[in-house]
Design a protein around this ligand. Sequence first.
Ligand code: BES
Ligand code: MN
Ligand code: ZN
Length: 480
Amino acid sequence: MTTILRSTSNYAQSNHLIILSYKNQQTWLPALLTETEQKIVQKAIKQDIKQLILPQLDRFIIIEILDASDSRPELEEQTRCIAAKTIAIIRKYHLEEAVLLDYTNDHLSASYAEGIVLANYQFLKYFKEKEQLKSTFHTLHLLTEFIPSKEVELLNILFEGVCAARDLVNEPLSYLTAVQLSEEIKRLGKAANFSVNVLDKAAIEALKMGGLLAVNKGSNDPPTFSILEWKPNQVVNKKPIVLVGKGVVYDTGGLSLKPTANSMDFMKCDMAGAASVIGAMYAVAKAELPIHLICLVPSTDNRPGVNAYVPGDVVTMHSGSTVEVLNTDAEGRMLLADGLHYAKQYDPELVIDMATLTGSAAHAVGNQGAVLMGTASDQTKKALLQAGIETHERLVEFPLWKEYGEQLKSDVADLKNLGGSTAGAITAGKFLEHFTAYNWMHIDMAGVAYLHHEDAYRTKGGTGYGVQLIYNFLLNYAKS
Ligand code: BES
Ligand code: MN
Ligand code: ZN
């Protein structure tokens, strides 16, 4: 995380100021600006200029004029996006810190801070000249009169979780193997005080996780299965909530090598589901939410090595069910199935899996949201959809009608890992459903995990989608 948020009750005269306001909300003008400056600003506001930079003797004043909105989520998203635009200005003038004054009366400090922190995110690890490339902007000061300091502390924690997820997605396979992913999880576990248990290949074999082992057969590197747990003394849930994240550190498609031009270029993102559950776990534990939470991360790369699993293979899964493999590029469901079955032993209250599972989900909704499926109650799904709206990490629900399951019938095994030519996101969901026997929700985030062009505060590359969604869902869960 490049930028941190700091809570303060006052600020120095020379601090750069960022002012959030509405067109008709100008009571703050006389206190901060000279009469000439006030005239300039009033004229600009009248002309519907939304963003103004005013150089004073020893500081800049950046003025943001927001459009009023009846919809709270829209207003918050507008605020995040305007902050992202300001990051470009901040970088242009090499500013180092600024104070935010929120004169909207709509409590938009948190949204604005989010836009600033996430838009200023950088992944510079592999540049030789990283110091020159690094954004100078390191601190946004938030005043206690606009936002309580406890809330600022929680925002820092949450954005750390998002940036940790982005970092993991942005790391290439040359660094982030399955073993290295488990090391990163241990590091984050130490920082946020959750426990980590990593099963190595021998332990995975002993547990007969056939799906994960089949995908790993073509790889030179061993698989891992990481178990993360946060269990504070006071919890609201008697039975744990379990998150399962797809941890395919690289997806070549295996022997069913990826056919589409350039589609392999960004397949380091295929552990984004894992990154999201790890980032969410980090935030939940560090914020000490009163929730018993477990995360499972089955991980390997998917490669066409000499011993790779082949189309036609029949694999006995961790659950004991058999799967006929008809496409080795449908690998995510193989290892998620083992993770989902493993979750059963906890007698979970709810299981949520997150995965960059299908191109089909990405085609259906693009990068505007993820796809939700599941067997959890309507009330639980509604709560997740609502968290999606609040965090702008939106979801749309797809059905799991039983007829889709017909497509997974195999001639030689209990089911096959490939559906027909249509409804690919759903048949993948149906496949996973087979391994669940509890309240379950599945998030296919193939379209939103990774961006090829920046989109406001969602920087190019890993987006960290899902961290805030899950954190918010669990926060509301703890309250209700
Ligand atoms: N990792 C891919 C899905 C994906 C696509 C992620 C685009 C991110 C962006 C997944 O393992 C995959 O290859 N899915 C196949 C399944 C098919 C073979 C049934 C797909 O969607 O084409
Ligand atoms: Mn694949
Ligand atoms: Zn994949």
